[in-house]
Design a protein around this ligand. Structure first.
Ligand code: ZN
Length: 237
C-alpha cells in the first residue's frame, strides 16, 4: 500500500482547505485509512485535527488522527461502509493550531538568530503554546525583546511559503535551526516552511500564509527546565 496523500502538504494555501473526498483503503476496529486526507495527524507538537466523515446515509466523528509506522489512521466513533467518504475538518480548532504553529516558528527563528538557542521541544494548543530553548537563560529584558520582535514580524505581514528541498541542501545551510539528527536518514526530500527572512525549518505542520494573520503574541510564563533549557509559554491575543 502506498501512503495516504496529504492534501495540505504542497503549499500554505493548501492548509486552508477544509473539505475533501477520499476512498477508504482499509478499515480497522475503530479507525479507517484513506487514500488521501486533510486531517492533521498529531505529531511534532501539533495536536490532531478532528472533524467528520460523511457518506450516503451516515456520518462519523473523527476524534483522533495518528500516524503509526507511516500509516495515517482516522479514529472514528462509527465505521463507515467501504467506498467513498466526504471529510470535513473542524476549522476553528485547526485554524487556531495554524496560528500557534506559525507563531512558534517565528519565535523559534528569532530566538535562534538573536541568542543562538535552538528549539529542543514544543507543544501547541488551541489557546496557548510552549517552546523549550537551549542553551538559554532569558532575563525579563530578553523576554520583552522576544515578544516585541515577534509582534514586529506579525505586523510586518511576512509571507509564509512551503516547498520541498533536498536534504543535502538543508544540511548545508548555515541558518538552519532544525535538529536534523531527529529526521530519519531515509528521508531525502524535506518539506520546508519558510517565513521570509525570519525562519526556515523542515516541518510537516499546517501554517498560515502570512504572519499578519497571527495578531499579537503575549509571553505568559518563562522558567528554567534545567540543563541550560528555558521554557517560554505564550498566548495569542
Ligand atoms: Zn513546525
Amino acid at each position: 500500500m502506498t501512503g495516504t496523500e496529504i492534501l495540505y502538504f504542497p503549499s500554505a494555501d493548501a492548509c486552508y482547505l477544509r473539505k475533501f473526498d477520499a476512498n477508504i483503503v482499509e478499515s480497522g476496529p475503530d479507525h479507517v485509512i484513506l487514500d488521501k486526507t486533510l486531517f492533521y495527524a498529531e505529531a511534532g507538537g501539533q495536536p490532531t485535527d478532528t472533524g467528520m466523515l460523511r457518506w450516503d446515509g451516515g456520518e462519523a466523528r473523527v476524534w483522533k488522527v495518528t500516524k503509526e509506522k507511516g500509516v495515517i489512521k482516522h479514529y472514528v466513533d462509527k465505521l463507515p461502509p467501504s467506498g467513498q467518504v466526504h471529510g470535513v475538518i473542524d476549522w476553528d480548532r485547526r485554524y487556531a493550531h495554524m496560528h500557534m504553529h506559525t507563531s512558534q516558528h517565528v519565535i523559534s527563528g528569532l530566538v535562534f538568530k538573536i541568542y543562538g538557542a535552538r528549539t529542543v521541544g514544543n507543544q501547541i494548543h488551541s489557546d496557548h503554546s510552549r517552546v523549550d530553548f537551549q542553551p538559554a537563560a532569558f532575563t525579563p529584558e530578553d523576554l520583552k525583546r522576544i515578544e516585541d520582535e515577534c509582534n514586529a514580524v506579525f505586523a510586518a505581514a511576512k509571507p509564509v511559503t512551503i516547498f520541498e528541498e533536498d536534504r543535502i541542501a538543508v544540511e548545508n545551510r548555515v541558518d538552519d535551526r532544525a535538529l536534523m539528527d531527529l529526521i530519519p536518514k531515509s528521508i531525502k526530500r524535506l518539506r520546508i516552511v519558510k517565513i521570509q527572512d525570519v525562519d526556515y525549518c523542515p516541518c510537516g505542520g499546517t501554517h498560515l500564509r502570512n504572519t499578519s494573520e497571527v495578531g499579537r503574541m503575549h509571553i505568559t510564563e518563562s522558567r528554567s527546565k534545567g540543563k541550560e533549557t528555558d521554557r517560554i509559554v505564550y498566548e495569542l491575543l
